[in-house]
Design a protein around this ligand. Structure first.
Ligand SMILES: [Zn+2]
Length: 223
């Protein structure tokens, strides 16, 4: 899995009254072939934030990745997703039909959601022990695995609820968790994947600039 990093960076620049996306700024505009060497400030390229991170570099985070393959290459928006939780050394704990796995590789292209607010050092000190103790519970023995109702989601959500309980916070049910945390990220990831693959295939991707309407009042100008 050497090639499974977060992928090439994406950038966006404006030319020909369009938004043009590519992996790097070309020397000339792919639409009009005009030299891009001297460009106006409003045409300066901006980088597009990458929704994927190397999960093994994330501490105390919830991670999401396709069960098979990677987001950028194989994910089709409906593929099964696998989830896990990192300890403070980037080891990814996840529950499968073989019991709790402690992965040191394979989560290099994940969607990551931090589970600790900055400054919660007390909890961070205890994190690895909590996670290890939780994982050795009989509940997560291999024979208890059940694809629909006792799976990787049950494992991570139960752990997250244990943490919320120690913080005196309200519990989350599966729908709430999916709605609040998972869906917004997978939606963003899907858009990024579409863009990424189009650029990979054609070298660039073009959209109209929605900001060219008669002067937008406030905060306009984004596309
Ligand atoms: Zn142009």
């Amino acid at each position: 899995m050497q090639r499974a990093e977060a992928g090439k960076p994406l950038i966006k620049f404006n030319h020909c009254r369009k938004c043009i996306y590519s992996f790097s700024v070309p020397s000339c505009c792919p639409l009009c072939r005009q030299d891009l060497g001297s460009r106006k400030l409003e045409e300066a390229p901006v980088s597009i934030s990458n929704p994927f991170t190397n999960g093994h570099q994330e501490k105390c985070a919830f991670l999401l990745r396709p069960t098979e393959g990677t987001f950028l290459r194989e994910y089709d928006g409906r593929s099964d997703l696998h989830v896990g939780i990192t300890n403070t050394n980037g080891v990814v704990y996840n529950y499968t039909v073989h019991g709790v796995q402690r992965d040191e590789a394979g989560w290099e292209q994940s969607v990551s959601i931090p589970l600790l607010q900055p400054g919660m050092f007390g909890l961070m000190d205890q994190w690895d022990k909590y996670l290890e103790d939780f994982s050795t519970s009989w509940a997560w023995l291999p024979h208890r695995y059940e694809e629909e109702h006792h799976n990787c989601y049950s494992y991570t959500l139960t752990f997250i609820n244990c943490i919320l309980a120690t913080e005196g916070k309200e519990q989350l049910d599966k729908d709430e968790f999916t709605e609040k945390f998972v869906v917004p990220r997978t939606r963003k990831a899907s858009k990024y994947i579409t863009l990424y693959r189009a650029i990979d295939e054609h070298g660039f991707y073009v959209t109209d600039r929605p900001d060219r309407e008669p002067s937008p009042p406030l905060g306009g100008g984004l596309c």
